[in-house]
Each structure stands twice: as C-alpha cells, then as structure tokens.
Design a protein around this ligand. Structure first.
Ligand code: XMP
Length: 331
C-alpha cells in the first residue's frame, strides 16, 4: 500500500543521507528485526552494507542456509557467514548451568562479531563507520524504562550495549520508531517472505537453552530434526473454526531436548533412547503465557513422526505448564 511505500521511500532517503559514502556493518541473526533492518538498509545503500551472520551451531534445521539463500541469494546483499559452531560447542563442553551457558554464548557472540567487524574495517576501501542494529521501539523503552529495573533478573538476555563504542562505529537504527507489527509489514513490503517475517520469536542463545544441561552436538542434531517436524505439522494443521494454522494460533512453539533415556520397544527389540518435550504457548506479551490446547490429532501425528523418523528419540511428551510459575523456555 502507498502508506508503506511512502514510509520506505522516506526511510531509504534518510539512511542515504546519514550514511553518505561510508560503509555499514550489520549483525544478521535470522530473526525478524535484524532481517528487516538488513533488507531496508540494503534497499537504501546496496553494497555499502556488509552483513555478518554468526552461525553458533545452535540454530534450527537448515536455518543458516535459509538466511544465506535469502540475503546473499535473493537480495544479493553482501553477507559474511562465520561458521563458529565448533568454537561455541567447544566452550560449552562440560557446562550445564543455564546462566553460565547464556554468558558463554553471549560473550562468544560478541567476540566473534567484533573480530569479523575489525577485519571488515581493515580490508574495505571505503570508510566503515556504522554499526546497524535492528532495535525496535519496544527495545528502546525497555532499555530506558521500568523493565530493566526489575528487582530480579530471571534470565539474562544478550546484551550488545557498548558494542558501537568498542568498535569505534556510529549507531544506525532505522527501526527505532516502529512497533513489531509495523516492522513485520515493512519486511513484507520489502519483499521478505511472510513465513520469515511472521515467525515465532527465537532466543539469542538458540538451542543452547533448549537442550537441558550440557550442550552436545549429538543432542543439537536430534533436537533440530524433532523440532522441524513439530513446526512443519503446526504449519500444516488448520483449526476448523478460524481456518488458521496452529502455527498462527500459537505465539511460540518449540521442542526441548531432555538428556534422559527411557525404555521403548520397536519391532521385537528394546530401545533405550532420549525424550523430548513439545512446548506451545499462547500469550500477548510473553510475561505470562498459557499452554496451548493443541488438538490431539496434531499431537498424535507429531509424536508418531518424531519417534519413527528420528532414531535416538523414543518418547515425546507435551508440556502443560503455564507461565507463571513455569517460564516459556525450560532454561
Ligand atoms: P521465558 O522463558 O523467560 O521467555 O518465559 C520469555 C521470552 O523470552 C525469550 N527468551 C530469550 N530471548 N535471549 C533471548 O534473546 C535469552 O536468553 C532468552 N531467554 C528467553 C523466550 O524465547 C520467550 O520468547
């Protein structure tokens, strides 16, 4: 629509004016905000933007390739993919405390990004002067407002504050005035696929907090395959009344890997394999949430597909805990 087209034209103009003939670096995570920021800035300045995509090995199935297909393949943006899976998994070995895992992942993320940004600054001919971030309006309020003064921090989130100063870069935040809905509309108007723009939120530490306790590659590989089945079936199943898919009817849904083994039977043999839990919630603000009353037929399909298709998992459970007192993620 024309309002959006106007908005894009205005934003493009303002980014061009701000940046001039300098260059911009942006950390692409595959999430909605950084994706839309990247698409918008790319529309404005093309090759003056370099995206850095740090793959920490804790992404969902094929997610890294999808991000590259979209940005490097379709949009023809400059994207550097840093494959840091071994580094992250190495540093996570033997660590099982949730907050310790978050700190390691968050810290490494910043280190890897900084190293890559420094390389780009050195090798590029034009002056690399900007760090772009997909900060949106609710983030702006959150960092200055009441939320950050919460007495207890339940879970520490990624904190990239201070990064621009450390890198000697100016901050470019073209989504600062927008609410999430507006960011999504902008993303679609810029040509990003709706499936990407209307995705459920995914935590920065990724599967690192969806594998309970110690993170191992073997666990991550099993979890990725099980979770892909769950999400595929949520996208397939429609509710008869609303006509919407169960992916649309839930706010967040994912699979959790439990590093315990239980006994099962397959053919005439005994199995002794891992357990996963399915989690699906409905919420308007993520501060409180109800577990979703998914149809039994959907649960049945997902469970039988996971157990039949993912060798190594022989039991699927459904999480029926609301927030509070449970949190949405298990860690
Ligand atoms: P909880 O589990 O606290 O989650 O009920 C509320 C929302 O926050 C997300 N979440 C995170 N996001 N880094 C993030 O970027 C994190 O460490 C993190 N922990 C939880 C969670 O997915 C949910 O949307």
């Amino acid at each position: 629509d024309w309002v959006m087209r106007d908005h894009i034209a205005e934003a493009v103009e303002s980014i061009r004016k701000q940046v001039g003939d300098e260059e911009v670096i942006l950390g692409l995570s595959g999430g909605v905000d950084s994706s839309v920021a990247a698409a918008l800035i790319h529309r404005a300045i093309g090759d003056q933007l370099t995206c850095v995509f740090v793959d920490h090995g804790l992404l969902r199935l094929d997610e890294g390739d999808m991000v590259m297909d979209m940005f490097a393949g379709k949009l023809h943006a400059k994207v550097v993919r840093v494959d840091a899976a071994d580094l992250f998994l190495g540093k996570l070995a033997g660590v099982s405390d949730p907050e310790a895992k978050r700190k390691i992942i968050g810290g490494l993320f910043v280190d890897v990004f900084k190293a890559e940004a420094a390389k780009i600054k050195q090798t590029h001919q034009r002056h690399v002067a900007w760090l772009a971030q997909g900060t949106i309006y609710p983030d702006v309020i959150e960092s200055g407002g009441a939320k950050s003064k919460k007495a207890v921090t339940i879970k520490s989130h990624h904190n990239v504050g201070g990064l621009p100063e450390q890198l000697g870069l100016k901050l470019l935040e073209p989504l600062r005035d927008l609410f999430k809905d507006e960011v999504r509309e902008l993303g679609v108007a810029l040509g990003l696929p709706p499936e990407m723009v209307y995705r459920h939120p995914f935590p920065g530490p990724g599967l690192g907090v969806r594998i309970l306790g110690e993170v191992k590659k073997e666990y991550a590989d099993l979890l990725r395959r099980a979770d892909a089945i769950f999400i595929e079936e949520l996208r397939n199943f429609r509710d008869g009344n609303s006509g919407k898919t169960w992916y649309e009817l839930t706010s967040q849904a994912f699979t959790v890997f439990l590093p315990v083994k239980s006994v099962g039977v397959m053919g005439d043999g005994r199995t002794y394999d891992y357990v996963v839990a399915l989690r699906a919630v409905q919420t308007s603000d993520f501060m409180t949430a109800d577990w979703a009353e998914l149809p039994y037929a959907l649960l049945k399909k997902v469970s039988s597909r996971i157990i039949n298709e993912v060798r190594g998992i022989n039991r699927v459970t459904y999480d029926v805990s609301s927030k509070p007192p449970a949190t949405i993620e298990w860690e």
